[in-house]
Design a protein. Structure first.
Length: 118
């Protein structure tokens, strides 16, 4: 298991940018797939972006071309750069980790609020 702490959320105007960070503590961070999820009020939690231990990335269609996920294994941190933000990106964003031997994300951060004003 890893413990995850997100940072970098806040209020931004539409069209602006934010970078979120997720610091992990625990063993073997490099063996974990990492992901960002988000949950808007009244909506289900959805996967926004994911990166495997090998560095392969995938994104939700709604954020392709605007969001970038990356990881620094030496710093045991995963990042998400968000550009061209839209009001519909407003949500609580969660970092999650999936061990290589599991098919689900078993470790979650506490979440960080991102609010995009129009």
């Amino acid at each position: 298991q890893v413990q995850l702490v997100e940072s970098g959320g806040g209020l931004v105007q539409a069209g602006g940018s934010l970078r979120l960070s997720c610091a992990a503590s625990g063993r073997s961070f490099s063996n974990y797939a990492m992901a960002w999820f988000r949950q808007a009020p009244g909506k289900q939690r959805e996967l926004v972006a994911a990166i495997t231990s090998g560095g392969s990335r995938n994104y939700a269609d709604s954020v392709k071309g605007r969001f970038t996920i990356s990881r620094d294994n030496a710093k045991t941190t995963v990042y998400r750069q968000m550009n061209s933000l839209k009001p519909e990106d407003t949500a609580v964003y969660y970092c999650a980790a999936r061990a290589s031997y599991r098919d689900y994300y078993g470790s979650w951060g506490q979440g960080t609020q991102v609010t995009v004003s129009s």
